[in-house]
Design a protein around this ligand. Structure first.
Ligand code: DAK
Length: 256
């Protein structure tokens, strides 16, 4: 199916979204943010979709940032309203999705583009991908969760360095820091993403959903532990749980 700014496809239980704004290096404008939201809602409600993948069209960029032409004359009010909208419909929305979302980073992931990748549950990057939060070079700071999600992934010191310098890092460095889960040659990106999705899809969907909720609540406070207790308890008595333990005792693979 062809949308205006995104292309989607469902194959073997994977819902693919390709950002289709190659000439502008897939820069995120408001229309694209809303269209991505629509795609996410659709995949969330589609029982055939078990894992979602977001990637960038073309061979240069995943997303080279928020569209600079769109916010160049914003004041406080416009910036606050747009940040609120974008976070609600896309960045926080993806993080809270009950199905795993993988960012297949095929090139530049900068500013809002890296923030989009960081809101996904997993990241696989090509060897030539470059990542950075260059907002300070434009006189702003990250506004789609970058100052919150980056330290959680790579630690406060590394996040300070990336955000304060605005420098790009290559995918090998991103891997060492824990910003991405895997780095692969360009031609292996699709295949590796599918393998990752399949490793997840063999497991209990209810457990996947509960694990995402629990991990998302991990902030080192008792609230996170309480959430884990709740999500953990939620798994018991479900058909997934029954199938998982029955399969174990019958010495066969579970069929979820
Ligand atoms: N926005 C708009 N257009 C962009 C763009 C972007 N972020 N990135 C690239 N393009 C456009 C270029 O202007 C160019 O358009 P034409 O001139 O052909 O019309 C086309 O894409 C191809 O780009 P280049 O010719 O520059 O390609 P190169 O290979 O030479 O360079 C590059 C690739 C990625 C190094 C370069 O394009 C670049 O530096 N791009 C900008 C990177 C960047 O600074 N990104 C923005 C980070 S700041 C907000 C919330 C969040 C944010 C802002 C506001 N609010 C809620 C208000 C987030 C901000 C950011 O993301």
């Amino acid at each position: 199916m062809i949308g205006k700014l995104t292309l989607i496809e469902v194959q073997d239980n994977i819902g693919w979204v390709k950002i289709n704004r190659e000439k502008k290096l897939n820069a995120l404008n408001r229309e694209l943010i809303d269209e991505l939201h629509e795609r996410m809602v659709n995949f969330q409600n589609n029982p055939d979709v078990k894992v979602i993948v977001i990637t960038g069209g073309g061979d240069k960029a995943f997303v080279a940032g928020a569209d600079i032409s769109e916010f160049s004359n914003f004041g406080f009010k416009e910036a606050a309203a747009m940040a609120c909208h974008g976070n609600r419909v896309l960045f926080d929305f993806i993080e809270k999705l009950e199905k795993p979302v993988i960012a297949a980073i095929n090139g530049y992931a900068l500013g809002g583009g890296l923030e989009l990748a960081m809101s996904c549950h997993l990241r696989i990057a090509t060897q030539k991908a470059k990542m950075g939060l260059p907002e300070v070079t434009l006189g702003i700071i990250p506004g789609y969760g970058g100052t919150q999600r980056l330290p959680a992934l790579i630690g406060k010191g590394n996040a300070m360095e990336m955000i304060l310098t605005g420098d790009m890092i290559d995918s090998e460095k991103a891997l060492k820091m824990g910003l991405v889960n895997q780095v692969v040659p360009e031609e292996k990106l699709l295949e590796t993403t599918i393998i990752m999705a399949e490793r997840i899809m063999k497991n209990a969907p209810n457990s996947i959903k509960c694990a995402i909720k629990s991990i998302n609540s991990a902030d080192g406070t008792p609230k996170g532990f309480q959430e884990e207790n709740f999500q953990f308890s939620n798994c018991f008595g479900t058909s997934d749980f029954q199938e998982g333990v029955t399969a174990f005792f019958e010495k066969r693979k579970p069929k979820f």
